[in-house]
Design a protein around this ligand. Structure first.
Ligand code: XBP
Ligand code: MG
Length: 505
């Protein structure tokens, strides 16, 4: 796996309105005070949210154009607008700090970043007199090494001057810098400066959907940002345990099934598992066990149990050899999003484990092919079929992994693809994410999963217990940590009353 060590961000640059502070209510009041004082009708807060982003002067221009039906560019240079500007100034100064508030968790996050030695700045298009007033009103000024406002430099966002200035003064490279904003203007600014960009979905984004703005990530709240900077020692999530077949890769249909059939044919047996029959047989975990189960209905299978066992063992050995050849030839890719989730975990100091009841040789073939000969160094625990007496859905494999990692079940998350895998992890007390594989996609028995989703490469289709839909970008390890914290809280709540999520169902 390449690129596993990434330097942490040394500088975080924040936008202000809609990112750090919810300012729309009082800006809206100040705009309406101004419009009323010249006999114009008021505008809605919804409109004001769409107009925030280019500075307060432009916002006032848009408001006047909207209520008078005049052209925006004409209003911008009109004499009545020039006369209204000092009025707005007075009104906004009076309203500043009345109905605005830092978003939940913002202050705690700034505290964590400061404690981690991360430098911070604000780069906003808001005029300096308002920026300074509002940061001071909410006691946030001291957090920032630099504050760049809309009138600090001749050009404002999306021009990168403000961000580049801060980076230069702090001696920080683009790779070490993260811009956190709420709009496509922030995305353009960050791209122009060559730095990473995360957007909050709680902001305004000129009235457009934030998911289409082209950010590197969409964050739903400050908890998600904070966990980026929280050291592994203080984080809830310590390890993610991965099932292999169906979860890490779709190994069954084009891998194991083909290999079984080839092993049967080589042995001169007229046995063939088609796609549907193999799906039925997957309820039996373990390839050898699966064949023994199927032999019960085969007239040409040996009747003597010892002979039957011996045949199953020989076929299984051959099947695994053929499977390895198929995998090495590239027949079985990793499921989309798995590799980047592994990288995300390793970067965050969250350990990885393999917990499967497939044969060790199969895991080795798959991961050697995709990660290289030294694949095992990325995994702190590797439990395979040979290591346990009872295969999944028995929890033994998960219990063994917890022992090897010296972790309690509440600090790990399992990733599974099937009802049997989910049962195994849950029986070991482990919160489980299910990304159903093709064979188990129609199964609806995942109600006890911590989260269910189509795969780690997609942002849509993720659900929490009770069918609650999640709104996020593609999940990362920080989301897993948040889900784990939330699921622990839900379980505590469960003892007295059903959680909100379950009631909503
Ligand atoms: C995996 C299995 C295995 C594979 C084949 O279950 O059930 O039997 O199908 O591998 P899980 P073997 O994903 O829950 O680990 O032939 O080596 O058993
Ligand atoms: Mg599986």
């Amino acid at each position: 796996m390449e690129g596993l060590t990434v330097s942490p961000f040394k500088l975080v640059v924040f936008d202000l309105d809609g990112t750090l502070i919810e300012t729309a209510p009082e800006i809206s009041d100040a705009v309406n005070d101004t419009l009323a004082s010249v006999g114009l009708p008021s505008v809605s807060i919804h409109d004001v949210q769409r107009w925030i982003g280019h500075g307060t002067f432009t916002l006032l221009v848009r408001a006047v154009a909207s209520v008078t039906g005049r052209d925006v560019e004409e209003v911008r240079t009109a004499a009545d607008l020039q006369a209204m500007t000092p009025l707005f100034d007075r009104n906004y100064a009076a309203r500043c700090g009345t109905w605005s508030y830092p978003y939940p968790g913002a202050r705690e996050t700034l505290d964590v970043l400061r404690a981690q030695g991360v430098q911070m700045a604000v780069v906003t298009n808001k005029e300096a007199r308002y920026t300074e007033a509002i940061l001071a009103q909410h006691g946030l000024s001291a957090f920032f090494d630099f504050v760049v406002s809309g009138n600090t430099f001749p050009a404002r966002k999306p021009d990168p001057t403000g961000v580049l200035h801060v980076m230069e003064r702090l001696g920080v490279t683009p790779e070490q810098t993260l811009f956190v904003g709420d709009s496509s203007i922030d995305v353009a600014t960050a791209r122009n400066a060559g730095v990473g960009i995360y957007l909050f979905s709680h902001g305004y984004n000129l009235g457009q959907s934030v998911s289409a703005a082209g950010a590197d990530r969409v964050l739903d709240n400050f908890d998600q940002l904070r966990s980026l900077f929280t050291s592994p020692a203080t984080r809830h999530l310590q390890a993610v345990l991965w099932d292999v077949d169906g979860t890490v890769a779709e190994t069954e249909c084009e891998g194991h099934r083909i290999a079984f059939n080839q092993a049967f044919a080589e042995r001169g047996l007229d046995w063939h598992w088609d796609v549907d029959r193999y799906g039925e047989l997957l309820s039996v975990t373990g390839g050898r066990e699966r064949m023994l189960f199927d032999m019960q209905i085969r007239a040409d299978a040996p009747s003597d149990p010892i002979e039957r066992d011996a045949l199953a063992a020989q076929l299984h050995q051959r099947k695994n050899a053929i499977y390895a050849e198929l995998v090495i030839a590239g027949a079985v890719p990793l499921r989309a999003g798995v590799l980047s989730m592994w990288q995300s975990c390793i970067r965050a100091g969250v350990r990885l484990g393999i917990v499967t009841t497939t044969s060790r040789s199969n895991v080795d073939a798959l991961l050697r092919t995709h990660l290289g000969a030294d694949w095992s160094r990325h995994f702190a625990s590797i439990v395979c079929g040979e290591d346990v007496l009872k295969k999944k859905p028995d929890p033994e494999a998960y219990q063994l992994a917890l022992q090897q990692l010296c972790l309690s079940p509440d600090s790990v998350v399992a990733v599974e693809d099937s009802p049997g895998g989910l049962s195994a992890a849950k029986a070991a007390g482990i919160a489980t994410i299910v990304t159903p594989s093709i064979y188990f996609a129609d199964d609806h028995s995942y109600v006890s999963a911590m989260a269910t989703g189509p795969g780690f490469h997609v942002s849509h289709g993720w659900r929490l217990p009770g069918g609650v839909k999640l709104r996020l970008a593609e999940p990362t390890v920080y989301d897993l940590d948040c889900w784990l914290c939330a699921s622990t809280e839900l379980e505590i709540d469960c003892e007295c009353e059903p959680p909100q999520a379950a009631r909503a169902a």
